[in-house]
Ligand binder design. Structure first.
Ligand code: C2E
Ligand code: CA
Ligand code: CA
Length: 755
């Protein structure tokens, strides 16, 4: 290449780069390339051509000196191993030099197209991209048969390379503009979509700055959207929420996964709850496609949250007092147990039962009862710490979990004690309900949560047991749970269910123990209940009467005893075995001495056609002392009907002697323990003597029970009691045996005692 050619080449190169860099259309760039190489060849016989490869076909790029018809004729030519110079070069990726089109086999299929235009030779070179992909073919045609020299080939290579640059640049900018259109389209779609959504769609940048707003209710924004662009979303959030917000954004950008985040925000409408969904958006800004953005779809879930809260409230709270219910309590108890196990500490649970709730509820109605429960809850709650739990688990029962967990058991006990005292003291103040003031009390059972194998069931059961014990201690008391007590309670529950089964199966009956006078004549009998257990045999009343009294089964038992007593009386009367003053003593439990008893007594004597005089009702001293006025009234009514009363176990209770004469009683019964003091070597006879003296003074009959031996009989005769009962005469026996006993004694009997 000579100096002229070289400088021409350099100039041509510069010109081409300039045209390309200025972004001239591709056809213009390629035409310039063609014109410049032709000028360097400096011969009208040389005509350059650029074809562009698309798929497997070559399409017209530029060929300013070739005839248009020829260009059209080869437009879209398929590349291949024998496809002229250009088609073969683009196919093989190598330069293809054809010096004589007419005779070269590569042109076999195309020579008839080329020759008419005077084209005799064609030297072609593939155009490569920077990645070495084939972009097309660059060619010089000659209108004479000719072989290129090295300079020709070097020029062709150079210009083919320049063509590659121009084509590549064009393709990139094409891609960019496509991308832009794409972006524009997708933004428009986003806009269309979000404009019909109730949710707010917000675009934020990676620092959480507002960029764009789409759709949604503007009232759900903190300000008008115009004022907000550029502001940070975290500005209006509390620090903790802001931090979580930024963390969520980062996670979304890093993972490219949808992130969901619930938050609360003060917006134009007021304080609202939102559920935000974040999704990464790439190339959001056409002018800055590398910046990362997020689409944040904010949904107002205030209503849903309130509904959820309401559902939770219903599921976990007592609707009357708004205190946690049993379910939530159990949940919290589990938490407490966990804490105790994990930190090896001790906790405390208080079981509170109101003392007089039932009375108020029954006498004043459920409305007032409800009011009372609400007031109790309101009064107790402020006495506890916020972290303590106070739950209402039914009727008038409240359970409190104290949040003061400690390693030192004594301190926990101390705290439980002081809280219990505080609660009870406050409960004892007057409650104003409806039109009146009422006083109630409470009983508290305390269960400490300690050790490894505790369950929620046990805690509640034990706290309940302790409460029960507290109740027995009197009003406004508290008691700690004691394990030994639990055994008793378990047994009690077992007996309770056995009793109800036994009632249905008719396993209860009365035994009878005769009572005689000084002369040894039969004056009566005491009916004593027995449980004929199919496996355990006869069970003594001491084992089941207290349980039956508490569970309310005592009425059924009483009924069984009355039926047996009436049948026996009927039989004795029928056989004329008894005198007019013969009576059967019936034991009456505390708590049973009420109108129901009055009714069932009247009903049964009516049914058996018996006189009330045949019955002596045995009541105890404590029954006389509790609820005095009601008791006296009922006694008077029954007495008027000619039932008689005997005070059982007299001397063992704490009866007020001052009151004794005010009760309509007929008889005092000396307890067996005093009779036992009558012994040959001198026992303590002071009490028995005192009882007899009182009886005489008040003109009451006196009867001694538990009489076991001759000596006792003699001593009692000396003291002139009216009647005696005990093993000395007979053990309690079933009705048929009693009948026989009476028959036999009638026949044989006249016993003389040594006096
Ligand atoms: P209680 O009313 O003091 O009955 C007297 C108890 O002394 C009876 O015991 C009787 O079997 C027993 N006993 C009789 N003679 C002697 C004796 O010579 N020596 C000794 N050591 N004991 C004697 P039981 O039948 O086991 O009754 C125990 C308690 O159960 C009764 O004491 C009474 O409080 C209650 N009870 C029995 N039947 C009924 C009933 O039908 N209704 C109610 N509410 N309580 C009943
Ligand atoms: Ca008795
Ligand atoms: Ca007794």
């Amino acid at each position: 290449m000579n100096a002229n050619q070289l400088s021409g080449l350099l100039k041509a190169q510069q010109k081409i780069i300039e045209v390309v860099a200025l972004g001239a259309p591709l056809s213009e760039c390629l035409t310039t390339i063609c014109q410049l190489i032709e000028s360097l060849f400096d011969s009208p016989k040389a005509k350059s051509s650029i074809l562009l490869l698309e798929g497997k076909q070559l399409w017209h790029g530029a060929a300013p000196s070739l005839s248009n018809q020829y260009c059209k004729a080869i437009d879209g030519v398929a590349i291949g191993p024998n496809a002229g110079s250009c088609g073969t070069a683009a196919f093989t990726g190598r330069q293809v030099i054809v010096s004589d089109i007419e005779h070269d086999p590569l042109w076999k299929d195309y020579r008839d197209i080329a020759l008419p235009y005077g084209l005799k030779a064609c030297w072609s070179m593939p155009i490569f991209s920077s990645q070495h992909d084939i972009l097309g073919s660059f060619a010089i045609y000659y209108t004479e048969v000719k072989t290129p020299d090295n300079v020709d080939l070097a020029l062709i290579e150079q210009f083919s390379h320049l063509s590659g640059l121009a084509i590549e640049k064009h393709k990139t900018s094409l891609r960019e503009s496509e991308l832009l259109t794409c972006l524009k389209n997708s933004n428009e779609k986003l806009q269309a979509l979000t404009s019909v959504m109730p949710d707010q769609a917000i675009i934020i940048d990676e620092e959480g700055r507002y960029v764009d707003f789409y759709g949604g209710d503007p009232q759900l924004l903190e300000d008008s959207s115009n004022n907000m662009v550029g502001r940070k979303a975290t500005e209006g959030m509390p620090a903790e929420q802001a931090e979580l917000f930024m963390r969520t954004i980062k996670k979304c950008l890093d993972s490219n996964e949808v992130q969901i985040f619930e938050y609360e925000l003060e917006v134009l409408k007021g304080k609202c709850n939102f559920e935000g969904r974040f999704v990464r958006v790439n190339h959001y800004l056409a002018e800055a496609p590398d910046q990362r953005h997020l689409l944040w779809v904010a949904r107002d879930i205030t209503d849903k949250r309130q509904a959820d809260l309401r559902i939770e409230q219903l599921a976990f709270y007592d609707p009357l007092t708004n205190l946690p219910n049993r379910r939530l309590l159990i949940d919290r108890l589990r938490g407490a147990i966990d804490k105790v196990k994990r930190h090896k500490v001790v906790g405390a649970v208080l079981f509170l039962d109101l003392d007089d709730f039932k009375r108020i509820n029954d006498s004043l109605g459920h409305n007032v009862g409800d009011q009372l429960l609400i007031k109790v809850a309101q009064r107790l709650k402020p006495l506890l710490r916020d972290t303590d739990t106070i739950a209402r688990i039914g009727g008038d029962e409240f359970v409190i979990i104290l949040e003061s967990f400690e390693k030192n058991l004594n301190r926990v006990m101390g705290q439980a004690t002081s809280v219990s005292k505080k609660l009870l003291a406050n409960l004892s103040h007057t409650f104003h309900l409806g039109n009146g003031d009422y006083r109630i009390g409470g009983s508290i059972g305390i269960k400490l949560i300690e050790g490894d194998d505790v369950t929620t069931d046990d805690i509640l059961k034990h706290a309940d047991a302790a409460m029960y014990r507290a109740k027995k201690m009197g009003r406004n008391c508290f008691a700690f749970y004691e394990p030994a007590l639990q055994e008793l309670i378990d047994k009690r529950l077992e007996i309770e269910s056995e009793i109800s089964a036994a009632i249905k199966q008719g396993h209860f009956c009365a035994f009878f123990q005769p009572q005689v006078n000084m002369k040894g004549s039969l004056i009566g009998a005491e009916a004593l209940i027995r449980w004929r257990h199919p496996e355990k045999g006869l069970i003594s009343p001491v084992h089941f009467i207290p349980v039956a009294e508490q569970s309310g089964h005592i009425h059924h038992l009483q009924q069984a005893v009355l039926e047996d007593a009436c049948s026996l009386l009927l039989q004795l009367q029928k056989e004329s075995l008894i005198e007019d003053d013969f009576s059967i003593a019936i034991n009456i439990s505390a708590g049973q001495f009420d109108n129901t008893l009055e009714c069932s007594l009247k009903r049964i004597i009516e049914r058996f056609q018996l006189s009330p005089r045949r019955f002596k009702l045995e009541i105890t001293e404590s029954m006389l002392m509790d609820n005095v006025q009601d008791t006296i009234n009922l006694m008077h009514r029954l007495r008027k009907d000619k039932f008689r009363f005997s005070v059982d176990d007299f001397g063992t209770g704490y009866s007020s002697l001052a009151y004794l004469h005010t009760f309509p009683i007929d008889e005092l019964k000396i307890d067996g323990s005093f009779v036992q003091q009558l012994m040959p070597k001198g026992g303590d006879t002071a009490i028995i003597d005192a009882i007899i003296a009182i009886a005489k003074q008040l003109e009451l009959r006196v009867i001694a029970e538990g009489v076991e031996n001759h000596f006792q009989v003699n001593q009692l005769s000396l003291r002139q009691v009216d009647g005696m009962q005990g093993y000395f005469y007979a053990r309690p026996m079933q009705a048929s045996d009693m009948l026989n006993w009476v028959r036999e004694s009638k026949e044989s009997y006249v016993v003389n005692y040594d006096i």
